[in-house]
Design a protein. Structure first.
Length: 425
């Protein structure tokens, strides 16, 4: 059986990769502009990605799917509007109606955002989206596969982040606490009223109405219908995928035994900003492929500043554990490069990355990212704003991310070689 001869020296030690990746990002951005899921510009970006992956992969294709991209974000805006109505009803003493409306909003929020379930998607229009997929096959039989992933759609603008990350965090937390607690408080008051004849003070009702209504009004102004450029989140990561594909194609051309036994699947997802709909479509449609050999997923997500480099250990609002083994491997590879990679948990309210879609079906997965993870830290936040352009990204962060991705593929290939040798003994 063929074994890999890949060594550390096989991977080029070049400081030009960040320039190559940033130039690619700018080229796609110039051609497509902002790319909300389901838009013509996002589909065009997917087509360009397939073309570029096709230059380096054994095969590359566009994989369309249908989803309802507005459901994930705009359900929360609609929910805030309904909560304002509930607060108004409460202000005028309509406790039962306010309790029912606020309970419905909280239930939908927990299901749709908390767990990323498609509870109300059918209330929104369907759109055609597309994942871009490239595959590099090994020379010998496939013994293992590594799915390298990113996403190419861009988010709608978070207006408040343009002014203050602290205001954004404070407003989000206030809206979340008030929105989730209001139906519980009202339910308790109604039970007390029924059980003990408790008369609910009008001043208390009006205070609760303001407690829930003001943050909801503020939250309604958070989002714009204008999509952002999305260079750091997350087009640059797709640029890293194209770079990785080129490097390993050149390695295989020099050494036919490179990557022996390891299939590389490179995927740029659509509709990540719409609730991971693209990665879920990929996992759903490729179960046979993903089960055909031992598989891991290394997901790349948003690179801005090197000091914020981290690897996820828990995803999807804290509900989906990721691979500690892969996270530790990233940390060790970073240390070998003299770079700190911090472990990070995606706490409730921060959302999710595409690695969650793989972990939910039992595939080892993690995400490498470099975004500000201190909600009260200093410094400007540019993701989900119109400032998310290539010139505002640190080349060092991109350089290190690309290098660590290459090292991880090599490391996993060496692990495969050791496993095969052990099996042969």
């Amino acid at each position: 059986m063929a074994t890999s001869t890949t060594t550390s020296s096989s991977i080029p030690q070049s400081d030009s990769s960040s320039r190559e990746i940033l130039d690619w990002t700018q080229r796609v951005l110039d051609a497509c502009g902002p790319r909300p899921a389901g838009s013509a510009s996002c589909l065009k970006a997917a087509e360009l990605i397939v073309q570029d992956l096709g230059e380096h992969c054994d095969r590359a294709e566009l994989q369309p799917f249908e989803c309802r991209p507005w459901a994930f974000l705009w359900h929360s805006v609609a929910g805030a509007a309904i909560l304002v109505v509930a607060a108004a009803l409460l202000f005028f003493g309509q406790v039962v109606a306010a309790a029912l409306l606020s309970a419905a909003v909280a239930a939908v929020s927990v299901t749709q955002f908390g767990f990323y379930r498609e509870l109300v998607d059918n209330l929104f229009p369907a759109r055609r989206c597309a994942n871009a997929v490239g595959v590099i096959e090994p020379r010998g039989p496939v013994q293992r596969q590594i799915v390298l992933s990113s996403h190419h759609d861009s988010a709608y603008e978070f207006r408040v982040l343009r002014f203050s990350r602290h205001l954004y965090v404070a407003g989000s937390v206030a809206h979340m606490i008030s929105g989730y607690s209001l139906p519980l408080v009202l339910g308790g008051l109604l039970l007390a009223q029924q059980a003990f004849g408790f008369e609910i003070p009008r001043a208390l009702l009006r205070g609760l109405a303001l407690f829930a209504g003001i943050p909801a009004l503020f939250f309604m102004a958070y989002f714009s219908r204008r999509a952002v450029p999305g260079a750091g989140d997350n087009l640059v990561s797709t640029g890293i995928l194209v770079h990785v594909a080129r490097v390993f194609r050149e390695m295989r051309n020099r050494d036919p035994e490179a990557l022996a036994g390891t299939r590389l699947v490179l995927v740029s997802f659509d509709a990540e900003e719409s609730g991971l709909r693209g990665s879920r479509a990929f996992v759903r449609d490729h179960r046979e492929l993903l089960q055909s050999a031992p598989t891991v997923n290394l997901n790349l997500e948003s690179f801005y500043r090197l000091e914020d480099l981290a690897v996820l250990t828990v995803d999807l609002n804290g509900f989906v554990p990721l691979s500690k083994r892969l996270a530790q491997a990233f940390i060790e590879e970073g240390a070998a490069q003299g770079v700190r990679v911090a472990p990070m948990t995606m706490i409730y309210g921060r959302g999710a990355c595409d690695s969650a879609s793989f972990a939910q079906v039992g595939i080892e997965a993690t995400t490498l990212l470099a975004v500000p993870h201190d909600p009260v830290g200093k410094g400007k936040v540019i993701y989900h704003t119109r400032e998310d352009r290539p010139e505002n990204l640190e080349p060092e962060a991109i350089e290190v991310a690309a290098k660590l991705t290459l090292r991880m593929v090599e490391r996993l290939g060496r692990a495969l070689e050791a496993d095969l040798k052990q099996e042969a003994v």
